[in-house]
Ligand binder design. Structure first.
Ligand SMILES: Nc1ncnc2c1ncn2[C@@H]1O[C@H](COP(=O)(O)OP(=O)(O)OP(=O)(O)O)[C@@H](O)[C@H]1O
Ligand SMILES: [Mg+2]
Length: 572
């Protein structure tokens, strides 16, 4: 909320000019009944026809003026709200981008999409329409009641006591609405997640013939959404008839009591008309209270949700004045590194060193902690104990972005953007690479051949809106991307698993072109690791064996067993 108010402060010209337009429009609005009164009392009753033209012109001018100021009022407040939404949305997105892995481990995409889209939109509505309607409502009511008092205190007192009742109903309505709306907003997020997952995972859904199940799951969500909105409708339905009833009783009171005054000649008809006009001005906002209450409730609850995201801080602290320049040679050392997440010890006392330009391979069964070791390097998580050094300087002493630039990752789950192959390979370069470079990196990643066979070659758009690629093709594009980044350390996390052994071994040979970079290769296949300078075997988060290929075979342990199994598989 504070952030919203602060942002609104920055947009003060819109709100100031909007308020001026609002006030001028109100003044013009309140001038209308005065003209009306003179029209009735002077022109119609007393037959002062000469006034007719002047008053008629005045009425026309007032109407025109109100339309004009009304236009500016809407436009300026809307622009204020719109700018606010753009700014908050950008800040929110920047903030989300800055958060660490653990945040994304917990939150799902649908929820975050809801925050960035619907919740920011709600704040926008609240700070544009909601805001000016509230201000207009209060000013109109206040002025109308004051003017009514000046005309006839007695008559005013018959009507004004109804206002607090209406206000009470409005506040009750508002409070009930906040709660209902929070539920609706949660459900929107859930629905977004379900729809998002089902659409993104549609191939999986189809391959498991799960369409019916997924449709039912979505139907349940949709029904729940319906139920919650129905609740909101019920809340409105509970309060509205009472509000409507009160509003309809008022004109009756006016006609009966006011009429009596007119008959007793205590009030002219023109003044009664003027009074009635003010009375209806004091009452009209009540008709909108339900809507405004909903708008404001939504905006408030959304602002709260947005604040919760802003309150999340990255667990990875970026050191102030961390090292951010110099040439990194790529010497990596883990010294007694352990990692605990969610109270589980996932890595225990891991120590190793890779000299610049050398290759370290990591093997081990699935879930043993191989990927986590690589994630610690780039500080996607921070070690719970021990120290990790890059060129003999603890990684925490580097500027986080500088540190991450030193690594080229080929992640286990390849992610390619829905852009052209050229853009995907150039990711992180700030510009698309020259064709020669693209080809060179793609050739090293054994990707050039299949890319050049495509009709649009490197300009082929892949992903959601483009063509599909095989798992191995995606892996090779992401290897080319990592080569192109030319960082001092290359990390391949199970990156050749989808490739045949021949292609894999060609890529391994090509990696030699990058002799000066340090390589960390995570793999399940002996063929992918056997040439490494050191091989670590991880089990249950600990290093259980280490050495070169021949040394590990001689140990006759885990590595040897894996070797035997894979050889048998090949012979069989
Ligand atoms: N963010 C996390 N929070 C809690 N546990 C995690 C988290 N990330 C990984 N783990 C757990 O840590 C263990 C090691 O995970 P890791 O991804 O390093 O396995 P891996 O050796 O790379 O396996 P694979 O060969 O299947 O890729 C697993 O048991 C996993 O469930
Ligand atoms: Mg892994």
């Amino acid at each position: 909320m504070k952030r919203v108010i602060k942002e609104m402060g920055k947009l003060w010209p819109y709100y100031l000019l909007g308020s001026i337009a609002l006030i001028v429009s109100l003044i013009l609005n309140f001038y209308n009944p005065v003209v009306l009164q003179r029209m009735i009392d002077e022109v119609i009753k007393e037959g002062q026809i000469d006034q007719f033209r002047t008053l008629g012109m005045l009425m026309l001018l007032l109407t025109f003026g109100r339309a004009l100021t009304g236009y500016f009022k809407e436009l300026l407040f809307d622009l204020g709200g719109l700018n606010l939404a753009v700014s908050i949305r950008q800040q929110l997105f920047d903030h989300i981008q800055s958060l660490s892995y653990d945040f994304f481990d917990e939150k799902n995409t649908g929820e975050l999409m809801s925050r960035v889209k619907e919740d920011v939109d709600n704040v926008w509505m609240g700070t544009s329409f909601g805001l000016f309607l509230t201000v207009e409502m209060l000013l109109t009511m206040g002025t109308a009641v004051t003017l009514m008092f000046r005309i006839h205190p007695g008559l005013t007192l018959m009507i004004v006591p109804v206002l607090p009742v209406l206000a009470y109903l409005t506040i009750r309505l508002n409070l009930t609405n906040v709660k209902v709306f929070e539920d609706i907003s949660e459900q929107t997020a859930t629905m977004n997640t379900t729809a998002g997952e089902d659409i993104a995972g549609i191939r999986m859904v189809k391959s498991f013939a799960r369409e019916k199940h997924e449709i039912e799951k979505f139907l349940k969500n949709n029904q729940e959404y319906y139920r919650l909105n129905y609740n909101q409708a019920k809340v409105l339905a509970r309060f509205y008839p009472t509000i409507e009833f009160i509003m309809n009783v008022l004109p009756v009171i006016l006609i009966v009591a006011g009429g009596a005054y007119v008959i007793q000649a205590k009030l002219s008809i023109g003044v009664l008309a003027e009074f009635s006009a003010y009375a209806s001005m004091a009452m009209w906002p009540m008709r909108m209270t339900g809507w405004i209450a909903t708008l404001m409730a939504q905006a408030g609850s959304s602002a709260k949700k947005i604040d919760q995201i802003f309150a999340c801080q990255s667990k990875i602290e970026n050191k102030e004045n961390g090292i951010k320049s110099g040439k990194i040679k790529g010497n990596i050392r883990f010294d007694g590194v352990s990692l605990e997440l969610d109270n589980m010890t996932l890595l225990k006392n891991v120590s190793f060193e890779v000299k610049p330009g050398k290759t370290l391979a990591i093997m081990g069964s699935t879930g043993s902690g191989k990927s986590l070791i690589t994630k610690l390097l780039a500080r996607f998580y921070d070690a719970s104990a021990g120290t990790i050094y890059l060129d003999e300087i603890p990684i925490k002493d580097y500027d986080l972005f500088f540190l991450r630039k030193q690594f080229s990752f080929v992640l286990q789950n390849v992610f390619l953007f829905s852009e052209s192959i050229a853009e995907n390979i150039s990711l992180g370069q700030g510009k698309t690479l020259a064709p020669d470079d693209l080809e060179r990196f793609a050739e090293d990643a054994m990707a050039h051949q299949f890319i050049s066979q495509m009709e649009k070659s490197y300009d082929t758009v892949i992903g959601e809106k483009g063509i599909g690629l095989s798992g191995g093709q995606k892996q090779r594009i992401s290897i080319a991307r990592a080569f192109a980044r030319k960082s001092p350390v290359l990390i391949l996390d199970d990156s050749t698993s989808a490739l045949d052994m021949e292609t894999e071994s060609s890529i391994q040979k090509n990696i030699e072109h990058y002799g000066e970079i340090t390589k960390i290769i995570v793999a399940h296949r002996i063929s992918a690791v056997k040439n490494a300078d050191e091989i670590l075997v991880i089990e249950g988060g600990q290093i259980v064996e280490r050495g070169k290929h021949e040394e590990l075979l001689a140990l006759k342990g885990h590595y040897y067993e894996t070797y035997q199994e894979q050889m048998e598989f090949l012979v069989a």
